[in-house]
Ligand binder design. Structure first.
Ligand code: PLP
Length: 364
């Protein structure tokens, strides 16, 4: 059978290996498997969320509230933006997909960082758009600007903090960059890890309200999958000028967020204490990764997220190391596919990290 030609050069997104797969493939007991591969919150989600969701379980026969009133009110309050500035997606992934269809087609160019979140490229290919990449590993806004003037892209993606490298753009620099971009170029600021960056370093904190007030061509993306511990619920949001949101709504399938997910995200927003505790623990444990890297003489990129990126010299092969870890029940992310001899490790609980240090020390 012949399929859409655009699909020919798309490789399927490889999510972090699920625990079930490692159980089957290597015959390891689930209790002996540690997954530090998808930047999930190792402390789970707020107990308040669990209670709230269990209380609405009897209401599953009804379609969800498609106006998403409660969650929109929560986001509107949290970010001080109007409800007309909000779109909610099945993960912020879905909003990236909407954006691509809203703004790009087979004649478009998409400007992204050399190493960044894989979904930008995959969704760009869905519409046949051309990908332009910078050369620098970290977001270099001078280089972005140069490519912008040369290539005239339709969409620019800024991922801050960046996945999979963990570095973040300074807010001042970003605002100065956005000032120079014409209003017909859509700029996506992906803040999937912004809660972590804002906690660690205020000069990296991006305010969606400020972006919306200053620019009508910028959309900020956030997610409940990382700091809020709701990866399994699939909820993300986009905050932008109402004219952008209106277009995205044309692409949104009805009922794209389930009743349980809407409730979970709404309640999660109210439990700031839980999120702050998790973030504080994250950076406390991250220090141990820095110490580990120093001791092992491996490069570690300064991270503003809930993961660390360990970069190796030629003596260590990232693919071999991640395979060896996997056979011992430790799932991490091999970054060879991103052109880096490196692995990305989600900062886990103290016990999970102990296990990583023990296994990695043995293998290195
Ligand atoms: C995890 C992540 C997302 C979105 O995740 P969803 O679960 O789809 O909300 C978006 N961007 C980056 C950079 C991420 O790491």
């Amino acid at each position: 059978m012949k399929f859409n030609k655009k699909l020919e050069n798309i490789s399927t997104y490889e999510a972090g290996k699920p625990i079930e797969l490692v159980v089957r493939e290597f015959g390891i007991e689930p209790k002996d498997i540690v997954k530090l591969a998808s930047n999930e919150n190792p402390y789970g989600c707020s107990v308040k969320v669990q209670h709230a969701v269990s209380e609405i379980l009897p209401h599953m026969a009804m379609y969800p509230d498609d106006s998403m009133k409660k969650l929109k009110e929560g986001l509107s309050h949290r970010f001080e933006v109007a409800e007309q500035n909000i779109v909610i997606g099945s993960g912020s992934d879905q909003i990236i997909e909407f954006l691509m269809h809203a703004k790009a087609d087979g004649n478009s160019k998409i400007l992204i960082n050399s190493v960044t979140f894989a979904m930008y490229e995959i969704y760009a290919k869905h519409v046949g758009a051309q990908i332009i990449r910078t050369a620098s590993q970290e977001h270099n806004l001078d280089e972005f600007y140069e490519l912008y003037t040369q290539e005239n892209p339709d969409i620019i993606f800024l991922c801050t903090p960046n996945n999979p490298t963990g570095d973040a753009i300074g807010t001042k620099e970003m605002l100065a960059f956005l000032d120079k971009i014409d209003s017909d170029t859509l700029v996506v600021v992906d803040g999937a890890y912004m809660e972590y960056a804002a906690y660690k370093e205020s000069s990296k904190k991006v305010s969606p309200k400020e972006l919306i007030e200053k620019f009508d061509n910028v959309i900020y993306l956030g997610t409940f999958s990382k700091a809020y511990g709701l990866g399994g619920m699939r909820v993300g949001y986009g905050l932008a000028d109402a004219k952008i949101i209106k277009e995205l709504y044309k692409l949104r399938p009805p009922f794209n967020i389930t009743t349980l997910s809407l409730e979970a995200a709404s309640v999660a927003l109210e439990d700031a204490e839980f999120v702050n505790e998790c973030i504080a623990l994250n950076f406390k444990e991250m220090k141990r990764y820095e110490e580990f890297a120093n001791k092992q003489k491996i490069d570690i990129i300064e991270s503003y997220t809930n993961f660390v990126t360990l970069c190796f010299n030629n003596n260590i092969n990232a693919t071999q190391l991640s395979d060896a870890l996997l056979r011992r029940g430790m799932i991490v992310r091999n970054l060879s596919g991103y052109g880096m001899n490196a692995i990305r490790v989600t900062v886990g609980t103290k016990e999970q990290n102990d296990r990583f240090f023990e296994l990695a020390a043995e293998l290195l």
